[in-house]
Ligand binder design. Structure first.
Ligand code: AHG
Ligand code: MN
Ligand code: MN
Length: 335
């Protein structure tokens, strides 16, 4: 039987053999993985570790923070600030960017994260996760400013997530396909369990929060309505629905067996482009999905081509199996 391949070995091979990543990026990804292990331990302890419940504070987007939102954010910062691989970090849970303190060496990468995705699922013991995205600091600019982070998703040099579910699984791309690693708790390391992840181009499964139906725009209504008509409708097949309310878990299912995920713009707050955050959620997930042969748009354009205007910008998201994403996107231009 072939020997298990650890994340460390996988990354060394990406660096040395295939030349896909520089040494500093390898270090960065190892450190992020180590932080995810610590978060996974905290998640696992649950009530025994006193990590459940709210923290009596709000983040910059006005959302009530859970204790684990804050713990995960701190773990990621502490793990990443001293290694010399980063220039700065940005997080869904912090108002502004976090500069690497002067006492540590400065690197050339920018790390962005949603430290704890699926916060509403923490206390009910349903899968949650961490999502991350890595950019390169633009060359020639001294220091780091928020402006340096405002790069389109197509500029990412690495992206991934870690899902804390029945298993803890780290999913990663450095632009050479998608690989999945399962946490071996006895060994304390992530082990490669799937390479070249591919999303089937067709699917019979959609994920959307149906309770928002009355607020949707016509193209989304049309798409879901056609799915709901099943065999008797224009699609000629029955569809299944899933909604976990943790984007990590929904995207993980799609990377595993296909499907389409949508959190579209809706009429509740017409000036808000959507619920999900471009830099911490949509960009890393869209790149992973594209790297696995899927597609990701905001209904009008490829998410990875959107030029961000603000760090905490929100965006409408349609991602997953290619043919379904293309169909929903085409409804946006014909209606
Ligand atoms: P977060 O916990 O980081 O704020 O993200 C939650 C997001 C996303 O993970 C999920 O798909 C969506 O919010 C769920 O929203 P609803 O509760 O509106 O269904
Ligand atoms: Mn999130
Ligand atoms: Mn979050």
């Amino acid at each position: 039987m072939a020997k298990p391949i650890s994340l460390t070995r996988y990354l060394v091979e990406q660096q040395r053999v295939d030349g896909h990543i520089p040494g500093d990026l390898r270090l960065l990804l190892e450190v992020v993985a180590r932080a995810c292990k610590r978060i996974s331990q905290a998640v696992n302890k649950g009530a025994l570790g006193g990590v459940l419940g709210s923290a009596d504070s709000e983040n910059v987007q006005g959302e009530v923070q859970k204790k684990l939102d804050i713990i995960a954010n701190e773990v990621l910062i502490e793990a990443n600030e001293w290694g010399g691989h980063l220039a700065a970090m940005a997080s869904e849970e912090m108002d502004s960017i976090y500069l690497v303190p002067n006492r540590y060496p400065q690197g050339e990468y920018l790390l962005l994260f949603d430290p704890l995705d699926g916060s509403s699922n923490i206390d009910v013991n349903v899968s949650i996760g961490t999502i991350f995205s890595v950019l390169k600091k633009p060359e020639g600019s001294p220091g780091v400013t928020e402006q340096d982070f405002l790069q389109a998703g197509a500029q990412q040099v690495a992206a991934g997530y870690c899902v804390y579910g029945p298993q803890t699984t780290l999913v990663l791309t450095v632009g050479d396909g998608v690989a999945m690693f399962t946490l071996d708790r006895e060994q304390g390391s992530f082990v490669l369990t799937q390479e070249n992840v591919r999303i089937p181009e067709d699917t019979k499964e959609f994920a959307i929060n149906m309770s928002n139906m009355r607020h949707w725009d016509e193209p989304v209504k049309r798409y879901i309505d056609e799915c709901l008509q099943g065999k008797e409708g224009p699609r000629g097949k029955d569809f299944n629905m899933r909604w976990i309310a943790s984007m990590v878990a929904d995207v993980h299912r799609i990377l595993t067996r296909g499907g389409v995920f949508m959190y579209p713009w809706d009429k509740r707050e017409p000036n808000k482009p959507g619920k999900l955050r471009l830099m911490y959620e949509a960009n890393p997930m869209s790149w992973l999905v594209e790297q696995a042969g899927g597609a990701a748009t905001n209904g009008k354009q490829r998410i990875l081509d959107i030029q961000p205007q603000q760090l905490h910008e929100r965006v409408s998201v349609i991602l997953g199996s290619k043919n379904e994403v293309e169909r929903v996107t085409s409804y946006h231009s014909t209606l």
